[in-house]
Ligand binder design. Structure first.
Ligand code: B16
Ligand code: MG
Length: 219
């Protein structure tokens, strides 16, 4: 039986994916690396440092910086990002999410958060959603980012339940891969070609239906 639904944050609960894009784009401009939305797709669900490595490689600059300089660059992106998320309010919860959370709770199912973002708590707090979550994984305690299943397995462990009784919800290819590697049922939000590995795909959060997902889970 279904015991919990574990959410990704960026791109599922709120559109911070856009803020990550803008923050990396600003850093890219400082470094002379052109940055496209298409390339940005590859960064979704990937940790800050891994994202920086990918961007530098994309711009042919992977060998131009020392580790210490890379730390400085990553910190600079993070300060751009933190400035952007200061503006977040409960109005930035993506459409359909509040109703979906209500339906999950009415059915006695637990709710978890599995975001690799070290800013996840700040964002959830600004959205006014902290009390809705039965568990929030602290990204700072995670060794391996998505597509590794670690963060989803940790969420299940913190809830004291078996991964097989969980559904994960993700907008990123790496995130869907992480959910499947954790042995969970995967709901993807976005493009069906990119998220083909998901068990059920919706184009947007407005389409999320608890009953439909539950039916697909037990089927
Ligand atoms: P931070 P998620 C991920 O969050 C984002 O998708 C990814 O773009 C970002 O680089 C990563 O968090 C790290 O975020 O720099 O704030 O620690 O999708 O797992 O909620
Ligand atoms: Mg995401």
């Amino acid at each position: 039986p279904l015991k919990a639904i574990i959410f990704d944050l960026d791109g599922v609960i709120t559109d911070t994916a856009e803020y990550h894009f803008l923050a990396w784009k600003a850093l890219g401009e400082e470094l002379g690396i052109p940055f496209t939305r298409e390339f940005n797709e590859e960064l979704k669900g990937i940790s800050r440092m891994e994202s920086l490595e990918k961007i530098l490689a994309f711009g042919g600059k992977q060998n131009k910086f020392t580790n210490q300089e890379k730390e400085t660059l990553a910190a600079r992106k993070n300060s751009h990002y933190r400035r952007l998320i200061e503006e977040i309010t409960p109005n930035d919860i993506l459409p359909g999410i509040r109703e979906f959370i209500t339906a999950i709770k009415q059915n006695g199912i637990k709710i978890g958060l599995a975001s690799v973002s070290k800013n996840a708590f700040t964002v959830i707090n600004r959205l006014g959603l902290v009390s809705e979550f039965d568990t929030i994984v602290d990204a700072a305690t995670i060794q391996n980012g998505k597509p590794d299943p670690e963060i989803f397995l940790r969420a299940a462990e913190q809830l004291g339940i078996n991964p097989g009784t969980c559904i994960g919800i993700e907008d990123a290819e790496a995130g869907v891969a992480a959910i499947k590697a954790a042995g969970m049922f995967a709901v993807g939000i976005g493009d069906e070609n990119r998220l083909a590995q998901a068990d059920l795909i919706y184009h947007s959060t407005t389409e999320l239906r608890f009953d439909e997902i539950l039916n697909a889970f037990v089927a």
